[in-house]
Design a protein around this ligand. Sequence first.
Ligand SMILES: [Zn+2]
Ligand SMILES: [Zn+2]
Length: 345
Amino acid sequence: MSFSTPLIQLTDKGLYCEAGQFYIDPSRAVETAVVTHAHSDHARRGAKQYICAKTGVGLLKVRLGKNINVQGVPYGQKIRIGKVEVSLHPAGHILGSAQVRIEHEGEVWVASGDYKRDADPSCEPFEVVKCDTFITEATFGTPKYTWDKNLKHGLAIYEWWQDNAAEGYNSVVFGYSLGKAQRILSELAPYASKPILIYETIRDLTECYREEGRAIAPTVELRDRVALEEWAIQGDLILAPPSALDGNLRIKLGKYRTAFASGWMGGSTWHRQDSYDHGFVMSDHADWNDLNQTIRETGASRVFVQHRNGALVRHLRKSGIDAYSDEDLRLDNYQHLGGTNLSLF
Ligand SMILES: [Zn+2]
Ligand SMILES: [Zn+2]
């Protein structure tokens, strides 16, 4: 490989592998898109062909349309795209989320996509993939974001729900429609003694999880319950995306308490921004410690950091790892990174 062309470069359409002529999570229409997972900032319309992990195909179709041209690849299976060998490995973020491993002439790069190391019954656990160069996300890439890894989320939410019910309140948990909602339903599966009422945007996505064999607590659609038994929502748990509840629905819910489930709860500022009765620290991204641990475990000698990269890049450099912002994967910048390190490749 030449000094001037990285195996994965950053372009205006996103990460691009020239040797394989495909993009990873492109932001615009392209020929071939390898998609790490179905969240909307990663999976976008307009690619002629999509490649994703096999267990993520259903979610991608719900998000992008059932007629998209998509190839589902089992985790760990190597496929050839152009001049490179590509395989997808579990990222532990949501169902079907994948890290992208690319091998070319003995050199291995991994693009992490979003990932977490915390246990999550709704998806395949993160796998450490050895590589020479690691492109890591860093949503929580500052030291203030660390959290307890031994929280029993299902039990905590269940107990909050039961306490509210005993006092005559319904419970509303806000979480994103894809990923967080299903993780909550999966964490609650061993406990829930009655169906959980879910907002309509959560339904089809949740079915994908069931189709992939994930244990999910029983659910009913909230609007069906509201239509059939207008005043019969009592001591129930309602799961909805943030700001889903309009005034009309709020009235029908009667007395209720709210909670928000998010990794942002792990920082110190959330309570100033939002007015929820309760917060569950529940992240689908790696915290500061897990970012650092993961980078070490990959054995990568070079690391490129996406999002919030400043603190992590500085920290990695202090610990002797060649670390850069993902902006340095743009061809112009990459050529100036420093010949001594790059000449190793
Ligand atoms: Zn995501
Ligand atoms: Zn993301």
